[in-house]
Design a protein around this ligand. Structure first.
Ligand SMILES: *Cc1c(COP(=O)(O)O)cnc(C)c1O
Length: 239
């Protein structure tokens, strides 16, 4: 084992233990919670090491990085005779003009927050001839500055996604606003998720919780955690 693989194995084990403890405290089976490992800023080699450690769900937030990195990952898995069983989650704010490209390689987009983006992803899915999972990113601080649709507009956006034949409405996603109690934020998200499920029973995912607040997310029904730093270490900062 390489030193990096040891590091990643340790980080993964620590996060899996936190998830197990939080699920037990919340009276939820661990099987309800999927760990998405966010590999942004880290190289394809780390993704391959994590795959070797059993990770199958990966998150990325920038098109220009994610596209080439996961092409490399899939090529190398194929060359090694491994099955391409990777699920790639796009979790970052997405510009409309990048949507078509992202629709060609991502499996699920967590950050859908406006009708124009739904339209662009739908076109991209048709152009690529593939299906795409969609989560509605919900803004929990009353503003849309950092992305996310306001809770009062979620129903319309959900209906729009559900009407597209190649888009599958999976559920909701949120980032807990800075300075707000994560439990209060995730409780609100859980409420919004319940409202969507009244009309779209298949939309059962709640993507919530990162390195710092995954326990709170699990207390409030998270089905998908997006964890980077706690597994891979701190990201190199952008200049
Ligand atoms: C980077 C990122 C994460 C992971 O954050 P960590 O604090 O490193 O666990 C989760 N969600 C989104 C949307 C991100 O951009």
């Amino acid at each position: 084992m390489t030193a990096r693989r040891d590091e990643l194995a340790d980080g993964l084990a620590r996060v899996r233990a936190r998830i197990a403890d939080a699920c037990q405290a919340a009276g939820r089976p661990v099987s309800e919670v999927t760990l998405v490992v966010v590999t942004k800023f880290f190289p394809a080699d780390d993704v391959l090491e994590l795959h070797g450690l059993g990770v199958r769900d990966f998150g990325e937030n920038r098109d220009q990085e994610a596209g080439p990195k996961f092409r490399q990952v899939r090529d190398q898995l194929g060359a090694a005779g491994a099955r391409d069983d990777v699920t790639l989650h796009f979790v970052g704010q997405l510009q409309t003009n990048k949507a078509r490209h992202v629709a060609a390689y991502a499996d699920v987009v967590h950050s859908v927050d406006r009708a124009r983006l739904v339209e662009a992803l739908d076109r991209g899915a048709h152009a690529a001839g593939r299906r795409l999972g969609v989560l509605l990113q919900v803004s929990l601080d009353g503003t849309t500055g950092r992305g996310g649709v306001l809770p009062q507009h979620v129903d319309d956006l959900a209906a729009d996604v559900a009407s597209r034949d190649l888009l599958r409405l999976c559920g909701v996603m949120a980032v807990a606003p800075r300075g707000m109690d994560p439990d209060a934020s995730f409780a609100r998200l859980e409420e919004v998720a319940g409202g969507i499920r009244d009309h779209h029973p298949e939309a059962g995912w709640i993507s919530a919780g990162m390195s710092g607040d995954l326990e709170a997310a699990i207390r409030h029904g998270a089905t998908h955690l997006r964890v980077g730093t706690a597994i891979l270490g701190s990201r190199p900062t952008l200049r």
